[in-house]
Design a protein around this ligand. Structure first.
Ligand code: MRU
Length: 353
């Protein structure tokens, strides 16, 4: 992976850039202090960038992996024009192994592999690039649609709490949860967005706050532990979050701490909205207990800002997602429409549309 100057203005909507036949990612590990693009030269680089959190957020991981397939096809075709498909197997596996929870990764890889299956003789790159760019564009369109659907649920002007970063940075652009917030803000229905800081990677304080501040949407940071107290004070009508995988019964996997928020929200009469494209819904899993939850290095919890914060010798448990049962979710908002009080039947009806 190489850090390269790219002559575009770095914005949250330009986190994944395909330009001059190259793939660039805005390095989300060092935002908001530095805005640096990294050029990825291979699918192996791409898999590493996903694993190491250069790019993160379920839809963004899927889009990036799709471009990774293009890079894999380029290298394979150059090395073995008659046998490019077989030579890609290892790189495809590396992409699939990069992170386990966001189903968008596997959804995008399967879609690219379907396209690979239909390619005849000649260079596969143009057709695969076309598909990756379509996946990217479709995601932005889905976010715009979700924004409108989700905003329609927000009645009078209110404050909301969001968790992690489900914004333009986490998607192809505009965002899922932040897409709803952007649309609701444009309609004059957002008083204040409270962004949980989201330990240990601080996606809330580093990324969500950066995105919202750039768009001049009022934002206030909360430590993760302060959210319930803020709800208790009143004036919060909705928790709005994204998701990495939604099971067939409407159980929702999202950033660790989402479950805590949903429990506190129910106690305080605050409603919970999950905004996610249908590419995040995994109808093969009956319930949230089957969702693979990524565990990351305890080092991430034991350190903060480059300093050790855990007492010497202490261990840390670091699951990076949790599952919120469907019973605690008031609305799942997708590009196809809204599911209120989700259950198995309503999810199946949505997916049949
Ligand atoms: C639109 S993104 C939805 C989720 O992917 C997001 O809320 C989240 O949990 C991201 O986790 P991350 O570990 O930063 O990839």
């Amino acid at each position: 992976m190489e850090a390269l100057p790219l002559r575009i203005r770095p914005t949250a909507d330009q986190a994944i850039v395909w330009a001059n036949d190259r793939l660039y990612l805005l390095d989300q590990r060092i935002l908001p202090n530095e805005t640096v693009y990294i050029e990825l030269q291979s699918a192996t680089d791409t898999a590493r960038a996903i694993r190491d959190m250069v790019v993160r957020g379920a839809p963004a991981i899927g889009i990036t992996a799709a471009f990774g397939v293009v890079l894999a096809a380029r290298a394979s075709y150059r090395a073995a024009p008659d046998n490019w498909r077989d030579r890609m197997t290892e790189e495809l596996q590396r992409l699939a192994d990069s992170r386990p929870t966001a189903v968008n990764l596997f959804w995008a890889l399967e879609r690219m592999q379907r396209v690979m299956g239909g390619i005849g003789d000649g260079n596969p790159e143009p057709r695969l690039l076309q598909e990756a760019q379509l996946i990217h564009r479709e995601d932005v369109a889905a976010n715009r649609a979700m924004g409108e659907h989700g905003a329609s649920l927000i009645g009078s002007k209110t404050s909301v709490i969001t968790h992690c970063n489900a914004g333009a940075l986490a998607t192809g652009g505009y965002g899922t949860a932040l897409g709803v917030i952007r649309s609701a803000h444009a309609a004059g229905r957002i008083e204040m967005v409270y962004a949980d800081e989201t330990r240990p990677w601080l996606q809330g304080s580093r990324l969500t706050a950066w995105e919202l501040a750039q768009d001049r949407i009022p934002v206030t940071l909360l430590t993760d532990g302060a959210a319930a107290s803020r709800m208790a004070q009143g004036g919060i009508d909705w928790i709005i979050v994204g998701s990495d995988r939604i099971a067939a019964n409407g159980d929702v996997a999202n950033k660790i701490g989402t479950y805590n928020l949903a429990l506190a929200a129910r106690y305080h009469g605050v409603k919970v909205m999950v905004a996610a494209p249908t590419s995040t819904i995994d109808m093969t899993l009956k319930s949230g207990t089957a969702i693979p939850i990524e565990s990351r290095d305890p080092h991430e919890v034991l350190h903060c800002g480059g300093q050790r914060v855990g007492a010497p010798g202490v261990a840390a448990w670091n699951p990076v997602f949790d599952v919120t049962p469907a019973a605690l979710v008031d609305a799942i908002v997708t590009e196809k429409g809204i599911v209120l009080s989700p259950d198995r039947q309503k999810m199946a009806e949505l997916m049949a549309l």
